[in-house]
Structure formats: structure tokens, C-alpha cells
Design a protein. Sequence first.
Length: 220
Amino acid sequence: MNVQAPQILARSIALALALLVLPATAALAGQRNLLIWGDSLSAAYGIEEEQGWVHLLSERIERTFPEYQVINGSVSGETTTGGLERLPAMLAAYRPELVILELGGNDGLRGIPIAAIRANLGEMIRLIEASGGKTLLAGMRIPPNYGLRYTEPFHENYSSLAEEHRLPLLPFLLEGIPETPELMQDDGIHPVAEAQPIILENIWPLLEPILQELHSVKLE
């Protein structure tokens, strides 16, 4: 989930420019926004952006819930610390009704203490709630060579957070993918283009009823 610093800087600059231009437009138009807040797994790392699961999701949303716009705020190499620092500006700019929170993988690969990851994710969840939005939490696993004493608590942290904050949880974003080598890039971390529809289908059964509920509430 890591990427070289120049690529991180380029994405950060692009997002900063978008924040300068689009906030007023998004607010004035009354656009209903769905924010994807993740790392390289949601930023189409190593593949064309149009092949990534977020772009595929955007196309499906356009067909099924056309009043929603998908905003991809994901940055390759992002950690929960960086995500927390950037989040307030994005929430103020786009006022998303729903945020898919997909962060923590890079923290895990760096061996960051579980408590620190939990604190950052928890604060992001609270910020989203305070802004009037809902959170769908996407869980992550890290390679087994990190040892059970770290990998299991790391993964269980997501279910614990979901229970504490009463959130819908996708236990593992990449379910059904890593065990099939041809679905992974050479780094063994990032899925290939052919795996992106699987990621979409992993998340859609949780996402669709949330959007349907939000759509219904808005109509009342």
C-alpha cells in the first residue's frame, strides 16, 4: 500500500487544488456526496484509474442512485494519521452523507501500535458523525509474516470499532482476492485490474441498503 513520495505529493497537491475550487460548487448545487477515504487500494495503484473499484462504483452509482456523486479522496501511501489530518477539510468541502473509511493498512505494514491506529480511526469516525455523515468501515488484513500477536489484533480492531460506534462493517475489503496469486500485482499487496470488480461486489451488499435508506429518508 506504500508508494514513492513524489506520487504521494502529486496526489496531495491535486486534492488541495480541488478543495480550493470545488467547495462552494458542491455546497451550492446541493450535490449529495459519497466520499471514499482510503489508501492505494482505493486509489487504483498500479492500474488505470478507470479500472479501479472506485471508478466502477461511480459508474454503478450513476445508474442506480444518480443523485449521488462519488468523491475519491484516497491517497496512495496514506496512513490513519495522514487521513485524520486531511479529513476535516474534505468534510467541510463536500459534506458527504456517507464515507467509506478504508485506512489502516499502511499503519499495519509499518507496525504502528494498534492503540494508535484505533485512536485515529475512532477520531475520524467521530468527525464524520459530527459533520452529519454516516460511516461504512472497511476492514483490512496484513500479511501473516507479521505474526499472530500483531495481525489478529490488527484485524479485530475493525470489528471492535464497528461495534463501539455501531457501524456497518466490511470485515476485509479484499475478501477472496489474495489467495489467488494471479489477482495480485507482483508486490503481493495490490490487486490487479481483474480483481477490482470483486472488490466492488464485496462492498456493494453493504453499501446499497445504506444508500437506499438515505434516499428514502430524503424523499420523506
